[in-house]
Design a protein around this ligand. Structure first.
Ligand code: ADP
Ligand code: MG
Length: 696
């Protein structure tokens, strides 16, 4: 049994380690920098760097790296060793304050969406001292922000930090009007629940589609999928349990509060949830978690799939972004307290979120757009592409009372009567779970459920923070001028509910009626990435980001282009992989089987020409006909891929890939899957869905 408290954070240069290792003055100065978000003095940085290096070396590190999150969505690192030559031909281990606070990686290999063409290739990384340094595989990793020579932001971290700063400022203004004089900062908190699949490594290696694309491009449905619902919360298999144990320990060493683990709905699908943290740290930790998940899987002879939809026909994977706002004194501003109707301050913050989500549905949708997530949003297990909010019965009644001015009767505490004496009766959660809502209030936080499992959560939180900050600013402007804050606030909430209640929907988001109803309400339904992305660069959104200093117009445009380009690239890789599999493996396999059948038939006939070989003949006819339609589909896909070169413009290209290439791939797959169902499994070139999903 590991000693968890001792293990926890053992690879992190955290507060306790800093306190222990830094001179008192340095520690204090660094803490102040962290708390106030001020730049670090170089003399202090030198002392910190020295202590960090000593600690890192004692813990087996030989290198250091600035760890950052470029716009590709993954993390990047360039490792330098601590060694520095001495005149006598030996080396000493060195690490300076300058190296700690600033790095200069060559930015030219990271996507910049045109920023690079206009400006210089050089990029800078700058330490984010609010996120602790840690050791990963012999390297001291320093969490940093990444920008270009002229200051254009090239990563996901910087805008996230800016958005946090922005919502803090506006929320503090609102708090002041309610007489709060002690809060100096407001923090957004996030707990991302991470879903993933585990498959056996040997099985994985036999699937080109999983290797190149992270998802299966072919595969007939297995006889058994998730229909029995016997996997969700089911007992965890020994091999998976061993993986999860190891994973927990690795994450704990990195100071990540891995807390909950369980099976998910689909076979081979699981979930890990950490305890929530400040948003930038939660983001860093989620990036690390995804990386560690993959590495630990490898050690166990497994592969961890983080793609949003590795298998058609069974649930895909998402990431629930639990989000709240709290003061630096630890008060959760989205906690309704015992009597939410009387808690005007809570209602103001709630109203701000409602208005923000309604006004910026488009941005929230953009923030979760990816080629992978397109396969998931709107499928039956995931929230639809339409954004709406679930508030639950109690809050809905509270808001109705504010809107209509009618009295609010506090709802009776509903007791669940289990009718079994030995089981205690428990209080029914007043925000009864609605699993179909993309944006649900769950007690004292909102759960944004549209994120894809592989996505960097920074994007969603940048949008969310900025949108809410924008509304809070407007609210603060009103409240600061009011003589009677309480009644002005009531008015504000009332007006907000009237104008934005269309975004609230407590019903079943998966139903067709909702799609029609949402359309009547004027809510957006942006089904795919190419549908959503143009909203990124609308006037409204460019103004919003510019006003709050999150992105310049150039930076938004760059992000828009990168996302579209990336989408087209992913679809292109998928199409080429599908073609490769189709031509090199599937066609020869089917043709081989036909040959076998024909041989059998003629052998049988040679024994006795009277024996009927109709079974073979029928199957040969069926497969030959499928095979000929398959080769036609191959030609079509081939042409579609070539045709992409003729299309001009990033948006047009993305749309083309969706409408022509993806559509053509799906047709190709349909034929392949039918052939698979009629083939000898011995001759089918790939492990089946059944083998993959039940391999562990
Ligand atoms: P589930 O949605 O599966 O029922 P839980 O209710 O246990 O899960 O919580 C989900 C996540 O919400 C956890 O990561 C938890 O830490 C996080 N969470 C709880 N409170 C907050 C908060 N105030 N801010 C952000 N995240 C929170
Ligand atoms: Mg959840």
């Amino acid at each position: 049994m590991p000693n968890v408290p001792e293990l926890f954070g053992s690879l992190v240069f955290n507060d306790a380690t800093m306190k222990e290792r830094l001179p008192k003055d340095t520690y204090k100065a660094l803490k102040k920098t962290i708390q106030d978000g001020k730049p670090l003095d170089i003399n202090i940085a030198n002392v910190v760097a020295h202590a960090m290096k000593e600690w890192a070396i004692e813990n087996g590190a030989t290198h250091f790296t600035h760890w950052f999150q470029p716009m590709t969505g993954i993390t990047a690192e360039k490792h330098d060793s601590f060694i520095s030559p001495t005149p006598d031909g030996k080396v000493i281990m060195e690490f300076s304050g300058k190296e700690l606070i600033k790095g200069e990686p060559d930015a030219s290999s990271f996507p910049s969406g045109g920023i690079r063409a206009t400006f210089e290739a050089r990029g800078y990384t700058a330490w984010d001292p609010t996120s602790y340094a840690f050791i990963k595989e012999g390297s001291l990793c320093i969490p940093t922000a990444f920008c270009s020579y002229t200051g254009e932001v090239l990563d996901k971290k910087t805008p996230l930090l800016r958005s946090m700063e922005c919502i803090s400022q506006q929320a503090v203004r609102v708090l002041r009007t309610f007489g709060d004089t002690t809060t100096t900062r407001v923090l957004t908190t996030v707990g991302p629940e991470q879903e993933y699949f585990l498959v056996d490594k040997e099985v994985y290696k036999k699937r080109k589609d999983l290797i190149y694309c992270g998802r299966t491009l072919f595969g007939a449905r297995p006889p058994k999928g998730q229909e029995l619902d016997d996997h969700y919360f089911g007992s965890i298999k020994p091999r998976v349990a061993a993986y999860m144990k190891d994973l927990d320990e690795e994450l704990w060493k990195l100071g990540i509060y891995a807390k909950t683990k369980h099976n998910e709905v689909a076979p081979a699908q699981h979930e890990l949830a950490p305890i929530f943290d400040t948003t930038n740290i939660a983001t860093d930790h989620n990036q690390l978690t995804m990386e560690v998940m993959k590495k630990v899987a490898d050690k166990h002879g497994l592969v961890c799939l983080l793609h949003e939809k590795p298998f058609a026909g069974v649930n895909g994977s998402g990431k629930h972004n639990n989000w709240s706002i709290s003061t630096n004194t630890g008060k959760n501003l989205l906690d309704p307290s015992k009597n939410p109707r009387e808690n005007t301050q809570f209602l103001v913050f709630l109203a701000a979120v409602i208005k923000a989500v309604d006004e910026h549905q488009d941005l929230l949708r953009v923030s979760v757009a990816s080629a992978g997530n397109d396969h998931r949003l709107g499928a039956n297990e995931a929230p639809p592409a339409i954004i709406s909010m679930f508030l639950g019965d109690e809050l809905t009644a509270v808001l109705e009372s504010v809107e209509t001015g009618k009295d609010y009767k506090a709802q009776d505490v509903k007791m669940m009567d289990t009718n079994v004496d030995v089981l205690p009766n428990f209080v029914k959660d007043t925000t009864d779970r609605n699993r179909t809502s993309p944006f649900a209030f769950t007690g004292n936080k909102f759960e944004f459920r549209m994120l894809g499992s592989s996505e960097n959560i920074a994007c969603a939180n940048i949008m969310l923070n900025t949108a809410v900050a924008d509304v809070l600013e407007e609210f603060a402007d009103v409240l600061e001028k009011a003589d009677d804050v309480k009644s002005a606030a009531e008015e504000l909430v009332k007006k907000t509910i009237k104008e934005h209640k269309r975004i609230i929907f407590n019903g079943n988001n998966y139903s067709d009626e909702w799609v029609a109803e949402a359309e009547r309400r004027g809510l957006l339904n942006l089904r795919t990435l190419p549908d959503a992305l143009p909203y990124y660069i609308s006037d409204k959104n460019i103004k919003l980001f510019q006003k709050h200093n999150i992105y310049t117009p150039v930076e938004i445009k760059a992000r828009y282009e990168i996302q579209l380009e990336n989408y087209a690239k992913i679809l292109n890789i998928e199409a080429l992989t599908a073609l490769d599999m189709a031509k090199k493996d599937i066609v020869p396999a089917v043709s081989e089987y036909i040959k076998e059948l024909a041989k059998t038939a003629s052998l049988v006939k040679s024994v006795d020409s009277e024996i009927c070989t109709c079974a073979e003949t029928e199957l040969i006819k069926k497969l030959s006909s499928l095979l000929s339609s398959f080769t036609k589909k191959i030609d079509e896909l081939d042409k579609a891929v070539v045709g992409a070169k003729e299309v001009d413009g990033v948006l047009e290209t993305a749309v083309y890939y969706k409408d022509s290439v993806l559509a053509s791939m799906q047709e190709l797959r349909a034929v392949a899957d039918e052939m698979e169902q009629n083939m000898s499994s011995k001759l089918w070139p790939y492990p089946s869905y059944g083998t993959m999903l039940f391999s562990v």
